[in-house]
Design a protein around this ligand. Sequence first.
Ligand code: HSE
Length: 452
Amino acid sequence: MTPLPKLSPSAPSDAITIGLLGAGNVGAQVARTLVEERELISARVGTPVRLVGVAVRDPEAPRDWKIPGELLTTDAESLVDSVDLVIELIGGLEPAGALIERALDRGAAVVTGNKALLASRGAELNAVAAQTGALLRYEASVGGAIPILRPIEESLSGDRITKVMGIVNGTTNYILDQMDSTGAAFDHALAEAQKLGYAESDPTADVAGHDAAAKAAILGTLAFHAPFSFDDVYCEGITEVTQDDIEAAAASGYVIKLLAIAEKHSKGQDPGVVLRVHPTLLPRTHPLASVRGAFNAVFVVAENAGELMFYGQGAGGKPTSSAIMGDVVAVARRLRAPVPEAPTISSEVDLPALPIEKATTQYYIDMDVADKEGVIAEVARVLADHHVSIEAMRQPGSVTVEGEVEDSDNGAKVQIVTHLASEKDLHETVLQLHGLEVVKSVNSVLRVEVEK
Ligand code: HSE
């Protein structure tokens, strides 16, 4: 076991001591900043700060930045027990969760980027922090370098947020963008993302939407002051999105994005918040539609502020370390000049998480139908019977290789965009459309967001 490093004799006795847990991609950058930029960071805090230890599993492992040997330790618990501020960058539920709890229990401040942990135990950890007066910050857990949690918590604290909608997973945005801009199939775009290091060799957490769902829970909790968790988020990934969907969306002026949405019901609806992650059609004029490649962006709507958008790099060692260091400076300032913490979860409103059936949104339906008289009327009747109103309908022709539209005896394609409809009504509509003799297949049903 590597012994716990001692404070160097030159460290001022009133320095804020920092322990770093984990030295991967982000951790190595944070260690570099704390060592090489110690004077700058201390000046920003207004008091000296000092990295006193970095807990790692393997002190010999190669790293992006060579951490001075005297800082390395394998004894994470002793490090947690001996510092003013713990930076947790191990990731995953354990041992990160136990170490964070241990730090908060003894009143030490914690900065982390651990979205999985916060989405499953955020309310509990915030409660421990509130009890002991410890500070807990996690700006890096959503949107990498993008300052989004502090604007929601602080800048917008005098307003009422009604909706948060974000592209919060760079891997899936890269894949969908490649499919849209190059015509690549899903598998090919995924392989490309893996080659470039955006996607893991097991890409499930990204492509199934789990990573975005964890971030939706964190955004929803802070925007609506209610304790939402991963289990409150309805989640659909992008594995079913086909090149046909992308092309059909493009032909109607839309782009498909994986969005994480937390939306408060308006007056007259059941009070609560619907949290959802799913592929979504966005008009190409929507600000989120211009977010290309692996970039992230979060769009916030508040009663008085109106629409806001936050954009930047959502992953990577350097960008994520920027968000971690911002939290470190903010927390260190408050350690030297303590002020009472405002509660993250407030009880002034009771906003439960609502099931996806309570969502109201627009929908896009793509189907193959028989090409004969009365078909459109029959389809339209089913929608009307379920109070689903049609905003636009398109019947693309079958296009020959020469680029001419030809009539087909075999059938036709119909694409419908609805006005706002309830998920429940839409679900029943689609079930009935499936049963119509004139409908050969319902190929895709995707949700649509149209705010400018
Ligand atoms: N896997 C995430 C992404 C990055 O693709 O955006 C870390 O949250």
